[in-house]
Design a protein. Sequence first.
Length: 180
Amino acid sequence: MESYHLPVCHAGTIGGLSRLEDMICPPGGAAYNYHTILKDDTLRIALAHPTRNDRLHGDERRMTILLALYPGLMITLTPGYFWYLSLHPRGPGQVHIRFGGGMSDDFADDPDAQDNFVALKTLLDDVNVEDRGCTEKVYRGLCSDMATPGHLSHLERPNYDFAQYLMAKIDAGRGEQGAA
């Protein structure tokens, strides 16, 4: 949901391609949040197509938009590809994740289109493996008797916004119970 974890959790894939100092993280809305980050020029499939995309200019050609629609849909949009994660809780400590993605049509006629698609699928699979390992470790840490809450970084604005969404739902549920 946030890009703060990229350098550590995704050191083997996309972690070095996104500069946290370039992240723009505005306050979210009642049921969503988003932020943007600029990709470095080495991940070609994340960039606007060099010859077929004349719609995007300047930093737009390498901007990634990360959108979270509460409670469990995350979408990553780059000029070259998109992917989504759909989270479905199965109970305490369990979640089923569906994900998918696709490439921009701008890349469809490239001679290496199939190679680009394979590279994208491999990247998304690897990123999801990294995410799973990181989130499972964080979850185990949070379940520890020694865990204590701490402050969020300003780079974790999406996490704060999601927590506010959850609190509003909990408060609304308490109000409904009190009215009965």
